[in-house]
Ligand binder design. Structure first.
Ligand SMILES: *[C@@H]1O[C@H](CO)[C@@H](O)[C@H](O)[C@H]1NC(C)=O
Ligand SMILES: *[C@@H]1O[C@H](CO)[C@@H](O)[C@H](O)[C@H]1NC(C)=O
Ligand SMILES: *[C@@H]1O[C@H](CO)[C@@H](O)[C@H](O)[C@H]1NC(C)=O
Ligand SMILES: *[C@@H]1O[C@H](CO)[C@@H](O)[C@H](O)[C@H]1NC(C)=O
Ligand SMILES: *[C@@H]1O[C@H](CO)[C@@H](O)[C@H](O)[C@H]1NC(C)=O
Ligand SMILES: *[C@@H]1O[C@H](CO)[C@@H](O)[C@H](O)[C@H]1NC(C)=O
Ligand SMILES: *[C@@H]1O[C@H](CO)[C@@H](O)[C@H](O)[C@H]1NC(C)=O
Length: 434
């Protein structure tokens, strides 16, 4: 009798073996800085909820991941164990509520340039698209240092070398995601942007690794931004390593209350605000950013703010520019520079033909209360001894920019200089404007 009960129990148990024990979401928090009243994904107790385990699938894991997300929504965990998952169906995961995704496997997307234009989620904003998108609330997505999202970028960059308009969806997208963590995932060779965080609030991204490498000189990696943030607030990105070829982090229109800390970025275009003010009639806001403790190596720029001047076909050579808005309360603090061309690059004359034209048509998007402090390390040979640029279009629309404690040395050993334009009475500390 006793034995029988045991057997009956054993067969009734879910088919998870001990080795498959689903890990709880890691307990992580924003550190050392955190926005006030920050509420990212929930810290769950041990798994009491359902586990929906998805089988590896080399044809199309999409439908089974979607089914698992529906089944385990409201308290469960979708588990992708070690193994390969090729997705060939775009996944609309914007219905999420109280659910975790434990990704221990390797997720990739079918290499097919004709498929994704019929599948991917497409946005007007910068023609962005996504293979899959996460939205909803109370979600943890974690790889525990095991999970991989492999973008097979070389396939896309090679296709792009033939036809530059090939659609290259983001490797991970959020659209309307609130109270969530994304952690411990290794992301490889994104076709375009790695991550787009849009329409989202209270998002903590931590312990990620993102790597790009092209082996074909004629088909290099393109537009592999680490994170683009758009229409989102209360976002923290931290403790991660990125090797890429475009912005490490980019703050697009309406990014507010964002902290970026403890990142190691190599080969990128830096931590960038913008470009903003490209479109007349639109208002772009980027406010309350704190960028802290970044190590930046072999980049074009380290800290960068790009704003279009006021519109005139002759100012920019196109109809771009003249958009309204504000860049306010932005701090770059404790930056280590290794061999970067410019350590600071502020331009309110983005794509202007020349300074005279920019002065004639100053930007309509104001830059104010920006602080660059505590920069150490080295600059590259490229502009030696120039290590930065501070270009406003007029002090009326660009003020209270402060630069202090810059201890970056040049390869030549000559004292570093900056290009400065229209800086009015901003406090540039001890830097030398050449
Ligand atoms: C999970 O359960 C174990 C053993 O009961 C306990 O030690 C651990 O603290 C629990 N973890 C969480 C996150 O509650
Ligand atoms: C991930 O899976 C894809 C498809 O099977 C494979 O091409 C790729 O090499 C794998 N990547 C890793 C890092 O295992
Ligand atoms: C964000 O929300 C707006 C308004 O609901 C929607 O039009 C847009 O498609 C969403 N996503 C992105 C990336 O803009
Ligand atoms: C950004 O916010 C401003 C002010 O609320 C709004 O007018 C504008 O439409 C927003 N832009 C986008 C792209 O959401
Ligand atoms: C800065 O970030 C690095 C990781 O890139 C970390 O090892 C270091 O402890 C951080 N330093 C401070 C002062 O927070
Ligand atoms: C500036 O932004 C930081 C970081 O988001 C925030 O902590 C601080 O309160 C903001 N300051 C003002 C005056 O808004
Ligand atoms: C600036 O560009 C305008 C428009 O192309 C041109 O007419 C003008 O000569 C340029 N000025 C200087 C100083 O180069």
């Amino acid at each position: 009798m006793k034995l029988l009960t045991l057997v009956a129990l054993a067969t009734a148990l879910p088919s998870l073996s001990v080795a498959d024990k689903v890990p709880s979401a890691p307990v992580i928090s924003a550190y050392p800085k955190s926005p006030g009243n920050f509420q990212p994904g929930p810290h769950r107790k041990n798994h009491t909820g359902k586990v929906c385990k998805v089988k590896p699938n080399l044809v199309d894991a999409g439908p089974s991941i979607l089914a698992a997300a529906h089944k385990c929504n409201n308290g469960g965990t979708v588990f992708l164990p070690q193994g390969d998952f090729i997705i060939a169906t775009a996944l609309d995961l914007t219905f999420l509520n109280n659910i975790d995704f434990a990704i221990w496997g390797n997720i990739s997307f079918k290499q097919d340039i004709d498929l994704w234009p019929t599948q991917a989620f497409q946005y007007t904003f910068q023609s962005a698209s996504m293979f899959w998108r996460f939205g909803g609330k109370n979600v943890n997505i974690y790889g525990d240092g095991k999970g991989v999202i492999d973008g097979a970028g070389q396939f896309w960059w090679s296709a792009m070398a033939e036809d530059s308009s090939v659609m290259r969806p983001c490797l991970l997208g959020t659209d309307g995601l609130h109270h969530a963590t994304i952690s411990g995932i290794k992301m490889l060779n994104s076709p375009g942007w790695f991550n787009l965080i849009s329409n989202s609030t209270d998002i903590l991204v931590s312990d990620m690794t993102m790597l790009v490498g092209s082996s074909l000189p004629d088909a290099p990696a393109k537009n592999t931004d680490g994170w683009d943030i758009y229409r989102s607030s209360n976002v923290v990105i931290q403790n991660s390593r990125i090797v890429n070829t475009d912005d490490c982090v980019s703050f697009k229109p309406n990014s507010t209350q964002i902290i970026v800390q403890n990142l190691d970025c190599t080969g990128s275009h830096g931590i960038s605000v913008g470009s903003l003010g490209q479109y007349q009639g639109e208002t772009d806001l980027v406010e309350d950013l704190y960028i802290y403790n970044i190590t930046m190596t072999n980049a074009g720029d380290l800290a960068r703010i790009k704003v279009w001047p006021g519109v005139s076909p002759d100012t920019t050579g196109s109809t771009s520019g003249g958009g309204l808005g504000l860049v306010r309360n932005v701090t770059y603090d404790h930056m280590q520079s290794n061999n970067n061309d410019h350590i600071i690059s502020v331009s309110q004359c983005y794509y202007a033909k020349n300074q005279t034209m920019c002065d004639m048509y100053p930007a309509k998007l104001v830059i104010e209360d920006v602080l660059f402090k505590d920069f150490t390390g080295t600059s590259s040979k490229k502009y030696d001894p120039e290590i930065g640029e501070l270009t406003c279009s007029s002090p009326d629309v660009c003020h209270d920019i402060s630069v202090s404690d810059i201890k970056v040395t040049t390869p030549s050993g000559n004292p570093p200089t900056f290009i400065c334009n229209n800086m009015g009475n901003s406090d540039l500390g001890e830097i030398t404007c050449a």
